[in-house]
Design a protein around this ligand. Structure first.
Ligand SMILES: Cc1cc2nc3c(=O)[nH]c(=O)nc-3n(C[C@H](O)[C@H](O)[C@H](O)COP(=O)(O)OP(=O)(O)OC[C@H]3O[C@@H](n4cnc5c(N)ncnc54)[C@H](O)[C@@H]3O)c2cc1C
Length: 357
């Protein structure tokens, strides 16, 4: 495998496009950012981390446009001055760049209320291997015209093109928020409350279920804990669902950063149904389990065995592990066709998408 020989850190979108085109013209393998899969070949390394400018901010329109190398923490600080936010809750929260968040489609607990990057990004510019800068979407919250290529880039792990700039729709920071913790001695009992909340009138911004090992790791009692982030008159939530104790809102930061701070050598992420979660999130698992209980996402940290009954990817794994054992054959074929259209010679971040694309 070729060793990385040249590192490029463009500071403008145009320079980024030129760097990609120059490498592609030479048929050089390109490593974009830091792919989480080891062994991605890169005769040329390109990082967007120096593209950090604020391009346009319209607080009254609830929109912002920034270069993709800006750090998430910096974006939140700019927005907080106007009581606004992009509530993505990624791991590595202060350090991660927006390009990294979008490339890997990182998200966290508040996806329940606010959605993920595909819901919050309203426009984007990306650079192709042909050296073109492609604009998609815009600066308006309701964008209906055209094919939304930005959605394709989100979660592509830099295998298709390089994101240069990104436009977000913004949310106001809620005036009141409170975190309520409901403790149980079994997973089944916790799911009974979860099911009630799902059918209820008052919906939380986040609803995470932690097993005893995960609870202990974030400083809670080592039992099953269902954590609810209530916004807009949170006391109503507690009246509706009694028995919760109030815990510091900071706990969500520890939960969002669980992957970043965990020593686990294997991290499996399952996407399943609300009911399907009950098969994965069970009593008797000694290692940490965190479930986005109202979103169908389950993270298993260092599981003794990987349950096969739901599709999963390995977000972290020992070298050589099959990171994506059961891709849907039809979807994979479509993904490979798209890859061939944008990168016919397989130069860009080869294998970065869980070892498959
Ligand atoms: C699934 C996953 C597992 C990880 N596991 C570990 C771990 O075990 N240990 C650890 O220390 N860190 C891990 N990391 C963290 C990682 O190394 C970075 O610290 C983190 O992703 C933030 O860095 P970044 O913003 O520089 O993005 P990067 O890490 O550079 O990028 C994240 C993804 O986005 C892509 N990308 C970057 N820039 C662009 C762009 N401009 N356009 C399109 N795509 C782009 C990258 O190729 C990569 O696939 C993991 C990250 C992910 C996403």
């Amino acid at each position: 495998m070729a060793e990385a020989s040249v590192r490029t850190e463009p500071v403008t979108a145009q320079e980024l496009a030129e760097a990609l085109a120059a490498a592609a013209a030479q048929r050089q393998s390109i490593k974009l950012g830091t792919p989480p899969v080891p062994g991605v070949p890169g005769e040329v390394e390109i990082s967007t981390s120096r593209m950090t400018r604020l391009l346009e901010y319209e607080p009254r329109d609830l929109t912002i446009s920034v270069e993709a190398g800006m750090k998430y923490g910096e974006l939140q600080r700019i927005l907080a001055a106007n009581n606004q936010m992009v509530p993505l809750d990624p791991p590595w929260d202060d350090e991660v760049t927006l390009a990294g968040i979008l490339g890997a489609n990182l998200n966290g607990p508040r996806r329940r209320l606010y959605g993920t990057a595909r819901d919050l990004v309203i426009g984007m510019t990306f650079a192709t291997l042909e050296g073109k800068l492609v604009k998609t979407g815009g600066m308006v919250v309701k964008n209906v015209a055209g094919l939304d290529m930005g959605k394709l880039m989100i979660g592509s792990f830099g295998t298709l093109a390089a994101i240069a700039t990104v436009n977000f729709k913004l949310n106001p920071i809620p005036k009141e928020t409170a975190t309520f913790c409901y403790s149980f001695d079994s997973a089944a009992a916790a799911f009974t409350l979860r099911d009630r909340v799902l059918k209820g009138q008052i919906q939380p911004a986040a609803l995470d279920l932690l097993n005893p090992a995960a609870s202990q790791a974030v400083g809670l009692a080592p039992t099953w804990n269902l954590l609810s982030l209530a916004v807009a008159m949170p006391e109503r939530f507690l009246r509706e669902y009694s028995g919760g104790t109030t815990v510091d809102n900071q706990i969500w930061r520890a939960i969002a950063n669980f992957t970043a701070t965990s020593n686990a050598t294997t991290i499996a992420r399952y996407s399943t149904t609300h009911m399907g979660m009950k098969d994965l999130v069970r009593d008797g698992i000694a290692t940490p389990v965190i479930a986005r209980a109202a979103s169908g996402i389950v993270y298993l940290y260092d599981p003794a065995t990987l349950p096969q009954n739901a599709p999963y990817v390995l977000e972290r794994a020992p070298q050589g592990a099959d990171r994506w054992p059961k891709p849907d054959a039809g979807n994979l074929a479509v993904m490979r066709n798209i890859k061939n259209m944008l990168d016919p010679h397989g130069l860009l971040n080869k294998g970065a998408l869980y070892g498959r694309i």
